[in-house]
Write a protein that binds this ligand. Structure first.
Ligand SMILES: *[C@@H]1O[C@H](CO)[C@@H](O)[C@H](O)[C@H]1NC(C)=O
Ligand SMILES: *[C@@H]1O[C@H](CO)[C@@H](O)[C@H](O)[C@H]1NC(C)=O
Ligand SMILES: *[C@@H]1O[C@H](CO)[C@@H](O)[C@H](O)[C@H]1NC(C)=O
Length: 364
C-alpha cells in the first residue's frame, strides 16, 4: 500500500505522528547522551546508541468502534491478578479483557501465557478457531526457562514478550523523559554492595562470579538461605547500598528484568549488570547509568573499581547524571501488559504483523 493511502486512516496518521515524536525524542536523548558522555577514564566499551524509551504520556488512540474482546486463556502462573481499564492506564479505548472461556468464539484475540500451557499442547484452546481471531503468544521468561517451545510452532499470529522485536513489546521497564529537568537526590548511602537472589544455584555462573567478587569486596546477600528481605522493606533496604548486583538468571538478547529496573534503578543503587552485552543494555539505558561486569577482565578488577568509586564521590555521582532528564518507569504490571496488547490490536488492526510461524526458531 502506498504511503499516502496509509495516511488516510486516522489510526495511521496517529501512528505516524507517534513514530515521529518517538524519533525526535530519541534524537534529543542521543544528543544529550553524547554531550554528557564522560571523556574520563570510566571503562566504557562501545558507542551509545539511541535506546528504547516510551513517552511519559502515551497518545490517545483516535479509533472509535466496538470494543475488542481479549480472552486471557489463563491467569499468568495461575495467579489471579487485578485487571485495570486501559482508558485509565494508557488513555486508549477500553478492551473487554476477560478470563471467562465462554467468550472464546467471540474473542478478537486470545492471550496465551507460555508457562501455563507448555506442559502439554492439550492445554491450548482446542475448539474451531474463529477466522479473524488472533492468538497472542505471551512470555516474560527467558528461553532458558521456557520449555517446550516446539509445541507453539505455527499456531500464533502475534508475539508478546520482553524482546524488542516482538509484535507487542512488553519490557520489564523503560525510561521516561521528564518534562522539566530535575535535581535527583541520591538516597543516603551507608553500605556498599548488595545482591538479592531467590534461586541460589552454586553451579551457576552468576553465583560463581559473586563468590569470586566476595574475595575482594564485601557483598551483602539477601534471599533464600541468606538475609531475609521482606517485599515491603526491599526499596528502603537496597537504597542504602551504593551498588546493586543486577545479575540475570540467564543470558539472552533484551532479557533485562526487574533486577535492574526495580531492585537497582528503582531503589537508587547503581546497577552492576551481568546479562546480555553492554551494547544491548545501551538500547535501554544511557551508557553511564550502569556498570557492566564485562567492562573488567576479572571480578578482582570490578571490585577494585567499585572501591575506587566508593572513595570518590564525584565519580560516583556521575552515575546519576542521566536522571536530570530521565526516570525509570514505575508502571509495569500484568494489567499494563494486557493493555499494551489492547492498544496494539486497536492501532495496527489493518496492518500485517511480524509473524514468526516457527516460534521456537525465533525465541532462543
Ligand atoms: C462467563 O460468560 C458467560 C457469557 O457471558 C456468562 O453466562 C457466565 O456467567 C460467565 N461466567 C463467569 C464465571 O463469570
Ligand atoms: C493466525 O495464525 C494461524 C496459524 O498460522 C492461521 O491459521 C490464522 O489464519 C491466522 N489468523 C489471522 C487472523 O491471521
Ligand atoms: C539544581 O541545583 C542547582 C544547584 O543547587 C540549582 O542552581 C538549579 O537551579 C537546580 N535545578 C533544578 C531544576 O532544580
Amino acid at each position: 500500500m502506498p504511503l499516502r493511502e496509509h495516511m488516510k486512516s486516522p489510526a495511521c496518521q496517529h501512528l505516524f505522528i507517534f513514530t515521529l515524536s518517538q524519533f525526535v525524542t530519541a534524537f534529543c536523548l542521543f544528543a544529550y547522551i553524547q554531550l554528557s558522555k564522560d571523556p574520563g577514564r570510566e571503562p566504557r566499551v562501545s558507542q551509545p546508541s539511541t535506546f528504547t524509551i516510551q513517552p511519559a504520556n502515551n497518545p490517545t488512540n483516535p479509533q472509535s468502534g466496538s470494543e475488542l474482546t481479549i480472552l486471557l486463556w489463563t491467569w499468568p502462573f495461575g495467579q489471579h491478578t487485578a485487571l485495570r481499564k486501559c482508558s485509565e492506564l494508557l488513555g486508549i479505548q477500553d478492551c473487554h479483557i476477560t478470563v471467562n472461556r465462554s467468550w472464546y468464539l467471540k474473542a478478537d484475540a486470545v492471550i496465551v501465557h507460555h508457562r501455563d500451557v507448555c506442559s502439554s499442547p492439550k492445554t491450548l484452546p482446542q475448539g474451531p478457531r474463529p477466522p479473524s481471531q488472533r492468538w497472542i503468544w505471551f512470555s516474560l521468561e527467558s528461553p532458558t526457562h521456557s520449555p517446550n517451545l516446539g509445541f507453539m510452532d505455527n499456531l500464533f499470529n502475534l508475539t508478546m514478550s520482553y524482546r524488542r522485536d516482538s509484535d507487542i513489546f512488553t519490557p520489564y521497564g523503560w525510561l521516561e523523559v521528564l518534562s522539566q529537568p530535575q535535581n535527583f537526590s541520591i538516597p543516603a548511602k551507608s553500605k556498599l554492595v548488595a545482591w538479592a537472589v531467590s534461586n541460589w544455584n552454586p553451579a551457576s555462573r552468576r553465583v560463581q562470579y559473586c563468590e569470586e567478587l566476595k574475595k575482594y569486596i564485601h557483598v551483602d546477600i539477601y534471599g533464600s538461605n541468606h538475609m531475609p528481605l521482606p517485599r515491603d522493606k526491599q526499596l528502603s533496604t537496597l537504597s542504602q547500598y551504593k551498588f546493586y548486583l543486577a545479575f540475570e538468571n540467564s543470558l539472552h538478547e533484551d532479557y533485562i528484568t526487574e533486577k535492574l529496573w526495580s531492585n537497582a534503578l528503582g531503589s537508587g543503587a547503581v546497577p552492576v549488570v551481568c546479562g546480555p552485552l553492554r551494547e544491548n543494555y545501551e538500547r535501554f539505558l544511557p551508557p553511564d547509568a550502569f556498570i557492566h561486569i564485562n567492562d573488567f577482565p576479572s571480578a578482582q578488577g570490578l571490585a577494585q573499581y567499585l572501591q575506587e568509586l566508593d572513595k570518590d564521590l564525584v565519580r560516583y555521582q556521575r552515575y546519576f547524571q542521566w536522571r536530570t532528564w530521565l526516570k525509570p518507569s514505575e508502571r509495569t504490571s500484568w494489567a499494563f501488559h494486557f493493555c499494551k496488547a489492547c492498544q496494539a490490536l486497536q492501532t495496527y488492526q489493518t496492518q500485517t504483523y511480524q509473524t514468526w510461524p516457527a516460534l521456537s526458531k525465533w525465541f532462543r
